[in-house]
Design a protein around this ligand. Structure first.
Ligand code: MD6
Ligand code: FE
Length: 217
């Protein structure tokens, strides 16, 4: 894994770790803004509460989810998709805060993807034991754009596989403030999250929160 130092607009310097030709971990890139992000998440989930959705196969996900932006990712018995309204309330998803979109754009630019303008932010909450099995993100219409992923709270082990499920995944621990950008030739790589270990984070408490920014439409 190559290590490099990167400077960004907030004048902080971040360690970067390259995972592939189109994917980069920006260590601590969101650390100085983490409390702001956490406060915004609180407001979003007051309007669109975390819920454990049903997979098309009929399984209840262990990760609880919400969204903000003009469209949001949902799953139920009829499939995976993006839709502009929260199926629980029928209301539009809460708007994406400017702090979110600015951070996502800056992270994407730092990884070589300039002009990233996300329209969807999926918010994942992992409580102890929650996990996400290996999957590809392929429900987005525009796959030329990268995905930007922000981790907050308890550490989690992320698995990065290949373009086929059979490729052995490498493991990377993501901690509070870490950002992963991935796109280009890595955009459809399989990935997942191992079961969260119990703990207590000083800001976020007993869980991990993950924001994934996408250009879905
Ligand atoms: C998570 N993340 O970290 C789940 N997908 O909780 C993802 O599924 C993901 O982090 C695409 C790109 C980056 C990600
Ligand atoms: Fe994903």
């Amino acid at each position: 894994m190559n290590l490099d130092l990167l400077s960004h607009a907030g004048a902080t310097t971040t360690w970067t770790e390259r995972l592939g030709p189109g994917s980069l971990v920006l260590r601590g890139f969101a650390a100085s803004e983490a409390e702001t992000l956490y406060g915004e998440i609180g407001k979003i989930v007051a309007a669109a509460p975390f819920r454990q959705m049903l997979t098309p196969g009929g399984f209840r996900m262990s990760v609880a989810m919400s969204n903000c932006g003009t469209t949001g990712w949902v799953t139920d018995q009829s499939g995976y998709r993006y839709q502009p309204n929260d199926p629980e309330s029928g209301q539009p998803w809460p708007p994406m805060p400017a702090t979110f979109s600015r951070l996502a754009e800056a992270a994407a630019a730092a990884a070589g993807f300039s002009g990233f303008a996300p329209d969807a932010c999926l918010i994942n909450r992992y409580q102890p034991g929650a996990k996400m099995s290996l999957h590809q993100d392929k429900d987005e219409r525009d796959q030329t754009q990268p995905i930007v992923s922000v981790s907050l709270g308890l550490p989690a082990v992320f698995q990065f596989g290949g373009l086929q499920r059979s490729v052995t995944a490498t493991r990377v621990t993501l901690t509070h403030g870490d950002v992963v950008v991935w796109g280009g030739p890595d955009r459809l790589r399989y990935h997942g999250v191992l079961a969260l270990k119990a703990g207590e984070h000083p800001i976020v408490g007993a869980c991990r929160l993950n924001l994934t920014f996408r250009k879905a439409r």
